[in-house]
Write a protein that binds this ligand. Structure first.
Ligand code: C5P
Length: 232
C-alpha cells in the first residue's frame, strides 16, 4: 500500500503547522526540506510528530562519510523517520549512513529509513552535468548500487519505479514529481500521475505544490489518496 507524503515547502513555521493540522489524520507523512528545516528546525519536527505525523527529513546529505554518518545520528536523535542522501556520494558514504542507523541504541527516538537520491525528477535527458546516460538508465544503476550499500530505498521518478523494482526486488521507491492530471509540472521534468506511480510500484509518493497551491489542500490530498487507492 503506497503512502502519501506532503512536502511542507513553506516559508514559515506557522503556515507549515496550520497546513499540517488541516491534513492531520488524512496524510500520514510530512516532509521537511531545506527551506523549512533551515527556518524552523527540530522544534517544528517535534510538533509534527506530536500531531501524529511521521517525518521525512529531505536534506539530501552529500558529504564525506564521517560527516554524513554523524548527520544521520543527529537526525535519529531528533526523531526523523526517513531521510535522504545522494547515491552519488558513493559506497563508503552510504555504508557509513547504514552503520550509523544500525549502531543506534535501542531507545533511540527514531531509526530513520535511508533513501538514496538517484536522479532528481527535475532533470531531463541531457541535463545531468558530465553524464551522457539517459536519466532512467543512470537511476537504475544507482538504485542497484544503493541496494548493495544497504540503503532501504531510493528516490526516483515514477517513470523508473517499475524497472527499479524489477531489477532490485525489496528496494523501496519514493517518488516525487507527482502531478495529478491537469496540474502544472513547474520545474519538474520526469513526472507521473498518482495512479500511474502507484501502478508502477511506488511505495511513497511525495507531493508538494499540487496540494500546497490548491484552493483546498485537504480536498486536493483527498483526491490524490482516492486516486492512489483506486490504483492499488
Ligand atoms: O512541489 P513538488 O510536488 O514538485 O515537490 C516535490 C518535492 O519533492 C520537493 O520538496 C522536492 O524538494 C522534493 N524532491 C524532488 N525530487 C527529488 C527529491 C526530492 O522533487 N529527486
Amino acid at each position: 500500500m503506497a503512502q502519501l507524503i506532503v512536502a511542507l515547502d513553506l516559508p514559515r513555521k506557522d503556515a507549515a503547522l496550520s497546513l499540517a493540522r488541516d491534513l492531520q489524520g488524512l496524510v500520514p507523512w510530512c516532509k521537511m526540506g531545506m527551506e523549512l528545516f533551515t527556518l524552523a528546525g527540530p522544534g517544528l519536527l517535534e510538533s509534527l510528530r506530536t500531531l501524529g505525523f511521521k517525518v521525512f527529513l529531505d536534506l539530501k546529505f552529500y558529504d564525506i562519510p564521517h560527516t554524513v554518518g554523524r548527520a544521520v545520528k543527529a537526525a535519529a536523535a531528533v526523531g526523523v523517520d526517513l531521510l535522504t542522501l545522494h547515491c552519488q556520494g558513493g559506497g563508503r558514504m552510504c555504508r557509513e549512513a547504514r552503520a550509523a542507523v544500525d549502531g543506534l541504541a535501542a531507545d533511540s527516538p527514531a531509526r530513520p529509513l535511508l533513501f538514496g537520491v538517484t536522479v532528481l525528477t527535475s532533470l531531463a535527458a541531457g541535463e545531468m552535468p558530465g553524464i551522457a546516460a539517459a536519466p532512467a538508465d543512470f537511476a537504475m544503476n544507482l538504485a542497484a548500487d544503493a541496494q548493495g550499500w544497504g540503503l532501504d530505498g531510493v528516490v526516483c521518478s515514477g517513470q523508473e519505479a517499475a524497472r527499479i523494482k524489477a531489477a532490485s526486488p525489496g528496494l523501496l521507491c519514493l517518488c516525487p514529481g507527482i502531478r495529478p492530471a491537469g496540474t502544472a509540472a513547474g520545474d519538474q521534468r520526469r513526472i507521473m500521475t498518482p495512479a500511474k506511480a502507484v501502478a508502477a510500484g511506488a511505495d511513497f509518493l511525495v507531493v508538494g505544490r499540487p496540494i500546497l497551491e490548491a484552493p483546498s489542500p485537504a480536498e486536493a490530498a483527498r483526491r490524490i489518496l482516492a486516486e492512489m487507492d483506486a490504483a492499488e
